[in-house]
Design a protein around this ligand. Structure first.
Ligand code: G3H
Ligand code: 13P
Ligand code: ZN
Length: 326
């Protein structure tokens, strides 16, 4: 299809109202990454059944994997599927870790309602310039923009770091004012992937830097903050993967109690990718271990999708606090 697609025509919403309600209500909107049909179905059904608003997010490489044109129709299909399942929930389609203007523009022109420009690996002024450029284009079309200050460790599309650098609260006010962003991702000790900390047996993982978060909240009161790298790396799925032939011995994530605390603060969006991957992989490994002759994709992708739905519901109800807020 030539031309551009407006997200409003797909039945999507931007994140502005979602974040306002989350800020006022003391909960966080879940942002689940997806790249295929089964993930999308699991996320949507989990959010419909728990009556939660949702941000469907897609990284640059996930967009290439799914195909940008296909994605537009998948998102429209997700909206219609939610309605047919009896839940008219707010759904945003968001670019995760956009690395440049062209990518963000391509998403905006193809029906995304929200984009992230992640310039966190650049010096402040360059980060602000790149982010501002995206904000100017996005806001013309009522698309919301997420920026990032501070660096998370771990693997992201085109943005990969060995070590993290915590956000400097004293930079936040100027960044928000200079760029016009609608939300800001900060670095307070989370990281991407399933191996977030190196801990000896019996040792606790280091707590998140809530002192930095509080300082940020003081400097930009009421401004929506985003937490990346926020999977709990759910132990029951790691155990299941290991039991059925996998090898993820040192996988460890953010304790749920810390995520619950963050969700009650100015953190309005919590990003979850790894936990969804773990839930699906655990289900698939179990099927293959117990039924080595199985070769119908529906017989292993179906249970994987169902497990993801369960994970999403539990997360919305017990961690994000977004259940019942649609
Ligand atoms: O933050 C990164 C997300 O987990 C996306 O991962 O680049 O492998 O799609 P990906
Ligand atoms: P996790 O790897 O902790 O799920 O983080 C995902 C994320 O931040 C996507 O942007
Ligand atoms: Zn991220």
């Amino acid at each position: 299809m030539a031309g551009t697609t407006k997200y409003q025509d797909l039945g999507l919403v931007n994140t502005a109202e979602m974040f306002k309600k989350a800020m006022d209500g003391g909960y966080a909107i879940p942002a689940y990454n997806f790249n295929n049909l089964e993930q999308l179905q699991g996320i949507i059904l989990g959010c419909v059944e728990s009556k939660s608003p949702v941000i469907l997010q897609v990284s640059g490489s996930a967009r290439d994997y799914a195909n940008p044109v296909m994605l537009r129709y998948l998102a429209a299909g997700a909206v219609e599927m939610a309605k047919a399942a009896g839940g008219d929930i707010p759904i945003a389609l968001h670019l995760d870790h956009g690395s440049n203007f062209e990518l963000a523009k391509g998403c905006i022109d193809n029906g995304f309602s929200s984009v992230m420009l992640d310039g966190s690996h650049h010096p402040f002024e360059e980060n602000a310039r790149l982010t501002r450029q995206v904000v100017e284009y996005a806001h013309e079309k009522d698309v919301t923009v997420e920026g990032e200050l501070g660096v998370l460790a771990g693997i992201e599309d085109e943005v990969s770091h060995e070590v993290s650098h915590f956000t400097k609260p004293e930079e936040v006010e100027q960044f928000v004012a200079q760029t016009g962003v609608d939300s800001l991702a900060i670095s307070i000790g989370t990281s991407h992937g399933a191996y977030k900390f190196k801990v000896a047996p019996g040792e606790e993982v280091p707590p998140l830097r809530f002192d930095i978060l509080e300082e940020v909240e003081k400097r930009v009161p009421g401004f929506p903050i985003v937490l990346h790298g926020a999977s709990a790396v759910i132990p029951k799925y790691v155990e299941m993967i290991n039991r059925y032939g996998g090898k993820m011995d040192d996988a460890v994530g953010i304790p749920e109690a810390q995520l619950r605390k963050a969700a009650g603060s100015a953190v309005c969006k919590i990003n979850i990718d790894s936990d969804g991957r773990l839930a699906m992989t655990a289900a698939i490994r179990k099927i293959f271990a117990e039924n080595p002759a199985e070769f119908d994709p529906r017989k292993y992708l179906g249970p994987a999708r169902d497990e993801l739905k369960i994970m999403v519901k539990e997360k919305n109800e017990n961690v994000l606090g977004s259940a019942g807020k649609a």
